[in-house]
Design a binder for this molecule. Structure first.
Ligand code: ADP
Ligand code: MG
Length: 270
């Protein structure tokens, strides 16, 4: 499954500055593609626009070569598993039932859960290490547990693409590594994975390509070793950094330097 954006401009009602300002993007089939950038740089908006949740003011977004607006929502949900950044859990749904909702796009209005559905649900619960929580209400989970349950719901869907907005933001090191390894595995098996993250080092280690966003624009794109240039990162994040190749992982690592206030790059622009 592929994702494409051509000159994508998105402006939220009442905002003067566009949240996306002419983004070009091409996510090929079966890649783990990471989107990075400072807070407010447009990462979540890009995800929404690619999934057709927010309409573009200009330009276009396409999924598998077809304009996203032309997709039937249910059909899109069968193919793309989305884990948005935040989601309210207003009902005391059991973990197992929430994960089972990932199967809904595959079930007709009357078809009950079958063995294939149950196998997909069990597998997803296990891979996200939440099987032991299956009977718990989602409202009683810790932030990290809930995050893993939401990822499990997307996996249960057995989609051809996964789009995840900061999925490991509240996970401990073990669960973060487990989820990233799982996403890497999914990509190696042919699933396209679009991952929004703040974790520069892990993105460099796991992603095939990286898109670096700033102020609604794509400022750099390519393999991690190419995008991770101290100069580019310092300008985008407005903090002095050093980039070092990590021999153990073969991926670049970003080390933020401690800077005296006077040496700090300028504060964010208005
Ligand atoms: P990121 O995910 O990179 O942190 P977002 O895509 O959420 O960035 O936001 C990009 C810009 O759009 C920010 O300036 C943010 O304040 C603004 N924005 C995001 N969502 C909305 C919204 N629903 N209404 C108005 N402005 C929004
Ligand atoms: Mg965001």
């Amino acid at each position: 499954m592929t994702f494409e954006a051509r000159d994508l401009v998105v402006r939220y009602p009442g905002s003067r500055a566009p949240a996306l300002d002419g983004v070009e993007l091409s996510v090929p089939d079966g890649l783990l593609y990471a989107v990075l950038g400072p807070n407010g740089s447009g990462k979540s908006t890009l995800m929404r626009a690619l999934l057709g949740v927010v309409p573009p003011e200009r330009g276009s977004a396409a999924v598998d070569g077809r304009p996203v607006a032309d997709w039937d929502r249910r059909e899109l949900a069968r193919h793309v598993g989305a884990v948005p950044q935040a989601e309210a859990m207003p009902f005391p749904v059991a973990v197992r039932d929430l994960v089972a909702m990932g199967r809904f796009p595959h079930l007709g209005p009357v078809r009950p859960e079958g063995p294939t559905d149950r196998a997909a649900i069990d597998d997803a619960l296990r891979r996200c290490d939440v099987a032991h929580l299956r009977a718990r209400s989602v409202q009683t989970l810790s932030g990290g547990e809930l995050q893993r349950v939401r990822i499990a719901r997307a996996l249960a869907q057995q989609p051809r693409a996964l789009v995840l907005d900061e999925p490991t933001a509240s996970l401990d090191i073990r669960h973060e590594m487990a989820i990233l390894s799982l996403l890497r595995e999914a990509a190696d098996e042919g699933t396209t994975v679009l991952l929004i993250t703040h974790h520069l080092d892990l993105a460099a280690r796991f992603a095939d390509r990286i898109l670096l966003m700033d102020c609604g624009r794509a400022v750099a794109e390519g393999p991690p070793a190419q995008v991770y240039e101290a100069g580019i990162l310092e300008e985008v994040y407005r903090w002095p950094v050093e980039v070092r190749m990590d021999d153990a992982t073969g991926a670049p690592r970003v080390i933020p330097r401690s800077a005296a206030p006077a040496e700090r790059p300028a504060e964010p622009r208005p």
